[in-house]
Design a protein around this ligand. Structure first.
Ligand SMILES: *[C@@H]1O[C@H](CO)[C@@H](O)[C@H](O)[C@H]1NC(C)=O
Ligand SMILES: *[C@@H]1O[C@H](CO)[C@@H](O)[C@H](O)[C@H]1NC(C)=O
Ligand SMILES: *[C@@H]1O[C@H](CO)[C@@H](O)[C@H](O)[C@H]1NC(C)=O
Ligand SMILES: *[C@@H]1O[C@H](CO)[C@@H](O)[C@H](O)[C@H]1NC(C)=O
Ligand SMILES: *[C@@H]1O[C@H](CO)[C@@H](O)[C@H](O)[C@H]1NC(C)=O
Ligand SMILES: *[C@@H]1O[C@H](CO)[C@@H](O)[C@H](O)[C@H]1NC(C)=O
Length: 366
C-alpha cells in the first residue's frame, strides 16, 4: 500500500515536472538588447575613452577585474544565463566569439529612441554622459547582421528560435536620463514616454515576426530612488518624497513607462498567441529592497538609498567624483542595494534574476 502511494506520488511529481518543462523549455541560446543594466562589455569596446566603468572597483566582487559591466559583479542577464545553465552571454562587439549560444547587443547609454530624435530636439547632454549613436534600432541591425551565421532558412530559424530566449530591455532609462541631463522638463519627459515604449514595442514586433517564441520585456528601474537623481534634483519640500525617501515625480516617469509597457505586452500576447511573452519587473523588487533591506539581507550605510561606490554626499553620489574615478572608493561590503548611484549591486541583481525565473517578479516566469 505504502509502495503504491509512493509510486502514485512519484508519477504525480513526474507529470508536474513535465508540465513545468513544457512551460519553461531548456533554452539553448540567449539574445539580449538594452542599456547599461545589461551591457556585459559592448560600451567598453566601443567607447572606452573617459569611461569610468572600465576601472576598478567595477567587477571587484565576482570577476576580480572590470569587465565593462556597470556593477561590482554580475548583472541580471548573467544570473539568468547561469541559472539555465548557459555560458555568460558574450558582448556582440567582442571579436572572435562563438555566438551560437547567444549574443548580447546591449550598450550602456543606449536609448530606445533613435539618435535623430536627440539631435532634432537639441538634447545635447552637458555632463560626461555623452550620447552614443546606439539605439534599439542599431542593436536590431546588429542582430540582422548576425542572423545568417545562426540560421539561414525560415525553418532553421524557427527551430533555433524555439529554444532561444530573447530579452528586450531594460531600455528607456538612458532616454529619460539623457533628456533630464539636457535640462528638459518633467512634462517634456513624460510626454515622450509613449514614444519610448512604442520603440520597444516595434522592436519586439519585429523580432516576433521573425519567429521569436520566448520574449521577455523588462520594465525600467524607479528613477526617483537612484542616488544620481536624488542628489541632482534634491528638494527642500518633504512632500516631494515618498515613504521610502524616493522622489515621487521621477518615480512617476518609471511607473508610467512600466504601465504602458505592460499594456503593450498584453497586446503582443494577443497578436502572437503562440509565443511566450513576459513582463519582467525591476521596479517592484528594487522598491521592496529599499523598503525592507534587512529582510533581503542588504547592508545599510545610513540609509538604504545610499550608493556603495561614490565620492560623498548624502547618497554617496557626487558628479565630480564618481565610482571608477581615481580616489573614489567602494564601501567595504558591497551588499548595499545601489552600487554607483545608478546601477545596482550584484546582490540586488541576483535576487531580481531569481524572481524573474520563479515568477515572483516576472509574469509569466522565464
Ligand atoms: C547613426 O547610426 C546609423 C546606423 O548605424 C547611421 O545610419 C546614422 O547615420 C548615424 N547617425 C549619426 C548622426 O551619426
Ligand atoms: C548561412 O549561409 C552563409 C553563406 O553561405 C554561411 O556562411 C553560414 O555559415 C550559413 N549559416 C548557417 C547557420 O549554416
Ligand atoms: C516552434 O514552436 C511552435 C510552438 O511554440 C510550434 O508551433 C512550431 O512548430 C515550432 N517550430 C519548429 C520548427 O519546431
Ligand atoms: C510642497 O509641495 C506640495 C505638493 O506639491 C505643495 O502643495 C506645497 O506648496 C509645497 N510647499 C512648499 C513650501 O513649497
Ligand atoms: C504621479 O502620477 C499620478 C498619476 O499617475 C498623479 O496623480 C500624481 O500627482 C503624480 N505625482 C507627482 C508628484 O507627479
Ligand atoms: C565632490 O567631489 C569634489 C571633487 O572631489 C569635492 O571637492 C567635493 O567636496 C565633493 N562633494 C561632496 C558633497 O562630498
Amino acid at each position: 500500500m505504502g509502495l503504491v502511494l509512493a509510486f502514485l506520488l512519484a508519477v504525480t511529481t513526474l507529470s508536474q515536472q513535465v508540465t513545468c518543462a513544457t512551460l519553461r523549455p531548456s533554452y539553448k541560446a540567449i539574445f539580449n538588447f538594452g542599456d547599461s543594466f545589461s551591457d556585459t562589455g559592448n560600451v567598453a569596446i566601443l567607447a572606452p575613452k573617459g569611461l569610468y566603468i572600465v576601472n576598478p572597483p567595477y567587477g571587484e566582487t565576482y570577476f576580480n577585474r572590470p569587465t565593462g559591466r556597470a556593477s561590482n559583479g554580475r548583472v541580471v542577464l548573467d544570473f539568468i544565463a547561469q541559472s539555465i545553465p548557459l555560458p555568460l552571454v558574450p558582448p556582440y562587439l567582442a571579436k572572435g566569439q562563438d555566438f551560437s549560444k547567444g549574443a548580447n547587443f546591449a550598450v550602456a547609454r543606449a536609448t530606445a529612441l533613435d539618435f535623430n530624435f536627440y539631435k532634432e530636439n537639441n538634447i545635447i547632454p552637458t555632463s560626461s554622459l555623452t550620447l552614443l549613436n546606439i539605439s534599439l534600432s542599431v542593436q536590431l541591425n546588429w542582430f540582422e547582421n548576425l542572423k545568417p551565421s545562426l540560421c539561414n532558412t525560415t525553418d532553421a530559424c524557427n527551430l533555433y528560435f524555439n529554444s532561444s530566449l530573447f530579452l528586450l530591455g531594460t531600455i528607456g532609462f538612458s532616454d529619460y536620463n539623457t533628456m533630464l541631463t539636457a535640462g528638459k522638463t518633467l512634462d517634456f519627459v513624460n510626454s515622450k514616454v509613449p514614444d519610448v515604449v512604442g520603440s520597444i514595442t516595434s522592436a519586439a514586433t519585429s523580432l516576433l515576426d521573425q519567429g521569436v517564441q520566448h520574449m521577455v520585456l523588462p520594465g525600467v528601474v524607479p528613477l526617483g530612488c537612484l542616488p544620481r537623481i536624488l542628489t541632482t534634483y534634491v528638494s527642500p519640500n518633504l512632500s516631494d518624497y515618498d515613504s521610502i525617501g524616493c522622489l515621487q515625480r521621477y518615480n512617476n516617469i518609471s511607473q508610467y513607462h512600466n504601465r504602458i509597457l505592460q499594456d503593450a505586452v498584453k497586446q503582443l500576447q494577443i497578436e502572437f498567441p503562440k509565443a511566450v511573452i513576459s513582463y519582467a519587473d525591476y521596479y517592484q523588487p528594487i522598491t521592496e529592497f529599499l523598503a525592507k533591506p534587512i529582510l533581503y539581507g542588504f547592508t545599510v550605510n545610513g540609509s538604504p538609498l545610499v550608493a556603495c561606490c561614490g565620492g560623498g554626499g548624502p547618497y554617496n553620489y557626487n558628479s565630480s567624483a564618481v565610482c571608477g574615478q581615481s580616489g573614489v572608493a567602494a564601501c567595504p561590503d558591497p551588499t548595499t542595494v545601489n552600487w554607483d548611484g545608478i546601477a545596482f549591486t550584484e546582490k540586488a541583481y541576483n535576487i531580481i534574476a531569481n524572481g524573474w525565473r520563479n515568477g515572483v517578479f516576472a509574469i509569466p516566469p522565464i
